[in-house]
Design a protein around this ligand. Structure first.
Ligand SMILES: CC(C)(COP(=O)(O)OP(=O)(O)OC[C@H]1O[C@@H](n2cnc3c(N)ncnc32)[C@H](O)[C@@H]1OP(=O)(O)O)[C@@H](O)C(=O)NCCC(=O)NCCS
Length: 259
């Protein structure tokens, strides 16, 4: 897929390219300090398939560099959405479904008709400067230039951890006085031209033993019921009598029409 060169608006702006264009950055994309909670990398599909994205889909990996420093990264995956079986409907198991479908389609030689964003992360010391919007614009432009009509995204609203008990169905559609989404990251998507489609109620699932959850969060995980965990969009459900806890993360499907 072609990288569409981005024109820095100022001399100090980071440069955004794909990993296909700069393969030497493959080992460096994880060096960046990000703000993901520790448990989020424990989704079994993510654990298994993220390294494969880098190896098998380098044209769908975007990296922003500032001099030698990696300051943002983005991942997307192509898959077939408009098949008889999938029917063009964005799935309830959003993020996990994209990972499964993209790798399964490639293995079976099924031609993709849609691309889904999987992640955009900005280095902690570079957040709040509009870099996420530039990463999204670069992703949109590359996907459009590759001939796709639509980029979709199971968005993880970054303001939701402050309101873990709010139903996502309400939070996702909450707007400010100017009509834009209340949530900052959803706002970036809508400003870029995205339209909120639906809530993906089981987008990502992380299950673990009580010992694992204690290690990931530093919390006791000794009482039954919902546990509020920093960085989680909804409470984690703890079952001490059965020895496990499980987190089911809802995301918000956004559709970006590209032509
Ligand atoms: C979500 C994320 C990508 C946003 O990146 P960013 O470059 O810092 O965002 P921007 O500077 O473009 O700001 C976007 C909006 O968020 C707001 N914002 C930025 N940092 C914020 C913060 N810490 N708290 C609340 N709002 C914030 C900005 O004011 C802006 O709002 P505006 O629409 O009113 O202008 C970044 O915070 C991040 O990497 N988070 C961790 C990974 C993640 O959750 N990624 C998204 C799921 S894949």
């Amino acid at each position: 897929m072609p990288t569409v060169p981005t024109t820095p608006s100022a001399a100090a702006d980071p440069v955004i390219t794909t990993l296909a264009d700069r393969p030497e950055l493959a080992s460096r994309i994880w060096d960046m300090r990000d703000s993901w909670p520790a448990f989020s990398g424990e989704d079994a599909l993510a654990w298994l398939l993220y390294p494969r994205i880098v190896a098998e889909f380098p044209e769908y990996v975007w990296i922003a560099t500032d001099g030698d420093a990696v300051v943002a990264r983005g991942f997307a995956l192509p898959f077939a959405l408009h098949t008889e079986e999938r029917g063009g409907t964005l799935p309830a198991n959003g993020w996990d479904a994209v990972l499964m479908w993209a790798f399964s389609d490639r293995r079976r030689g099924v031609l993709p008709d849609t691309v889904s964003a999987i992640e955009i992360s900005v280095a902690t010391d570079r957040q709040g400067r509009g870099l996420s919007g530039r990463m999204l614009a670069a992703m949109r432009e590359s996907v459009r230039a590759a001939g796709f009509a639509e980029l979709v995204a199971p968005v993880r609203p970054n303001g939701k951890p402050a309101e873990p008990d709010a139903p996502m169905e309400e939070y996702a559609y909450r707007t400010r006085g100017d009509g834009l989404p209340h949530d900052p990251w959803l706002r970036v998507h809508v400003r870029a031209g995205g339209v909120i489609d639906s809530v993906a109620p089981v987008s990502m699932t992380v299950s673990g033993s009580l010992a694992q959850w204690r290690e990931w969060t530093g919390l006791p995980f000794d009482a039954a019921g919902p546990v509020r965990v920093p960085g989680a969009l909804v409470p984690v459900h703890c079952e001490p009598e059965r020895g496990y806890a499980v987190y089911v993360e809802p995301n918000v499907w956004v559709r970006h029409r590209l032509r």
